[in-house]
Design a protein around this ligand. Structure first.
Ligand code: C2O
Ligand code: CU
Length: 569
């Protein structure tokens, strides 16, 4: 009898271990419905209809674990076209779900739907999703949180709670109107009327105080802030009064813990931050404002806040304590923070930096001007209109999907002549550049890569028209940021200082104003992948291009077939 019980015991135990292993290795299937709709929202005492997902602004958070597959049924009940992009998700061999309008798909038209399969692979941490057509991402965005697999844990002590921190901006005017206005007049877009934290401007704005975002904390506990900069046109500075921040991840990959008094975060970038509630019980502001390196442009110089409130019985100071942020134009504060991130590079979270490089590219990033349409004067420099370019090509989006054309071998939609190097060599970052350099060419050129090419790409900011930072974002990949600096990239000298030991793994990187940034990646994800500046005005002006990564020889190195419900143009 006794032995029998033991046998049963062992059997039951074995079953549990087996079940546990299955749970751990088995990726789950997670489902969401995204209903795109027009919803009335009031901010700063003025109401308007905005585009939302499920009526929510910011939109719903998608929660999954590493390696899961998320199916999102996108149902367009609004009156305009839309596409949805999973920012930072690599979608191995499945570019069909990626989302950029006219790059990987035709838009989802009003009254139609598209079921998007979002396959997670090695991403772990905070990512986000947003609309990828026109300027609709201003209100159509939300977090995509990828937790560790069951049975594994964070590479830091488990936080008491997780807190979303979504930085954004708000226009009183309809966002589509804001876009059409500056695209028509050729000038800069109207600056936003407020910045926001989780959709709320906060105490420093008229008509906004009662709704200010509040986060309650227990003294002594640690909180994981899942931050994204969802703002349209600017890098932001962020800080919490009296509290030191510890950065532990960015763009869905872990970093070495970095202690910081402020964070600089690019549009598109995510940052995971630990906050220890170790200060006297009180109320403290977290605050964010824009970093703007362009002295000539008008911008929203306001400050958005949310409140960190300690739990317990105490008498708080009359108003919450305000943090100090770097000056709005402090380019060193931005570049210093960005260049101090390091990959965790541990045994559990190793890195794999390409050491031998098969393709070397130098891409210049420029603001340009183009003549205004005949008989009109534009609001850009010398009555021209603004444009922007990579290697002097202003990208013209086709009216059909490049991925569809590539997959089916349709000619005439794009060219494959994107240059490896700038067409003109000049002192990219000097003052008073010749006006003839301002005019770009137009084109729909892609760069074709072979499967497993190892790419080193140096982004070179230029001072054409005006030098500004450019947060460059690549779809379908993460890349290692191996070096950066101010001034012109020096092919002889600068590579000697590359960090090939623990460079951060990112998908969006701010190329400093009149500076350069070098990235490396291995082209092991076949598909059609968009690359662009994540400043929305620069996208509208044409600062984008496309990589096509060809299939490899192996069966598992080829693009998977498209789903049957791909939207039609
Ligand atoms: Cu977050 Cu192509 O964008
Ligand atoms: Cu840019």
């Amino acid at each position: 009898m006794k032995t029998d019980m033991n046998v049963i015991h062992v059997l039951v135990l074995g079953l549990f271990v087996l079940l546990g292993n299955m749970l751990q290795s088995q990726a789950a299937l997670v489902r969401y419905n995204f209903v795109i709709q027009e919803t009335k929202y009031t901010r700063l005492c003025s109401s308007k209809n905005i585009l939302t997902v499920n009526g929510q602004y910011p939109g719903p958070t998608i929660s999954a674990r590493r390696g899961d597959t998320v199916i999102v049924d996108v149902i367009n009940k609004a009156s305009q076209n839309i596409t949805i992009h999973w920012h930072g998700v690599k979608l191995p061999r499945y570019p069909w779900s990626d989302g950029p309008e006219f790059i990987t798909q035709c838009p989802i038209q009003p009254g139609t739907r598209f079921s998007q399969k979002v396959v997670l692979s090695d991403e772990e941490g905070t990512l986000w999703w947003h609309a990828h057509s026109d300027w609709s991402r201003a209100t159509v965005h939300g977090l995509l949180v990828v937790s560790p697999k069951i049975g594994t844990s964070f590479p830091f002590p488990k936080p008491h709670a997780e807190v979303p921190v979504i930085l954004g901006d708000w226009w009183k005017n309809d966002i589509q109107t804001v876009m059409e206005e500056f695209m028509t007049n050729g000038g800069d877009p109207a600056p936003s009327d407020a910045l926001t934290i989780n959709g709320q401007p906060g105490d420093f704005y008229n008509c906004s105080r009662p709704e200010t975002t509040k986060v309650n904390v227990d003294s002594g506990k640690t909180y994981l802030l899942r931050m994204v900069n969802a703002a349209m046109n600017n890098i932001m500075f962020f800080a919490i009064a009296d509290h030191q921040l510890t950065v532990v991840g960015t763009d869905g990959a872990y970093t070495k813990p970095l202690k910081a008094n402020y964070v600089a975060i690019s549009p598109g970038q995510t940052i995971d931050v630990l906050l220890v509630a170790n200060q006297p019980r009180n109320r403290y502001y977290m605050a964010a404002k824009l970093y703007n390196s362009n002295p000539r442009s008008e911008f929203d110089d306001t400050t958005t806040t949310a409140i960190i409130e300690y739990n317990g019985k105490y008498t708080p100071s009359p108003s919450p304590i305000v943090p100090t942020l770097p000056a709005f134009n402090d380019r060193n504060a931005s570049a210093n923070f960005t260049s101090s991130l390091r990959s965790l590079a541990s045994r559990v979270h190793p890195i794999d930096v390409p050491m031998t490089i098969t393709r070397k590219f130098l891409y210049t990033l420029s603001i340009n001007t183009l003549p205004c349409a005949s008989n009109t004067t534009c609001l850009g420099p010398r009555h021209n209109r603004f444009a922007a370019s990579i290697n002097n090509i202003t990208f013209d989006a086709p009216r059909t999907s490049i991925l569809g054309a590539y997959y089916r071998g349709v000619n005439g939609v794009y060219g494959d002549d994107f240059p490896d190097n700038p067409p003109f060599i000049f002192n990219y970052t000097q003052d008073n550049l010749n006006i003839s350099l301002e005019t770009p060419t137009n084109g729909t050129e892609v760069k074709v890569l072979k499967y497993n090419d190892t790419v080193e790409l140096v982004f070179q900011g230029t001072n054409v028209v005006s030098g500004v930072d450019h947060p460059m974002h690549l779809h379908g990949y993460s890349f290692y940021v191996v070096g950066s600096g101010f001034g012109n990239f020096d092919r002889q000298r600068d590579p000697l200082n590359y960090n090939l030991v623990d460079p951060p793994l990112q998908q969006t990187i701010a190329v400093p104003q009149n500076g350069w940034t070098a990235i490396r990646f291995r082209a092991n994800n076949p598909g059609v992948w968009f690359m662009h500046c994540h400043f929305e005005r620069h996208v509208s002006w044409g600062m984008e291009m496309v990589f096509i990564v060809r299939n490899g020889k192996g069966l598992d190195e080829r693009i998977l077939p498209p789903p049957s419900d791909m939207p039609k143009c």
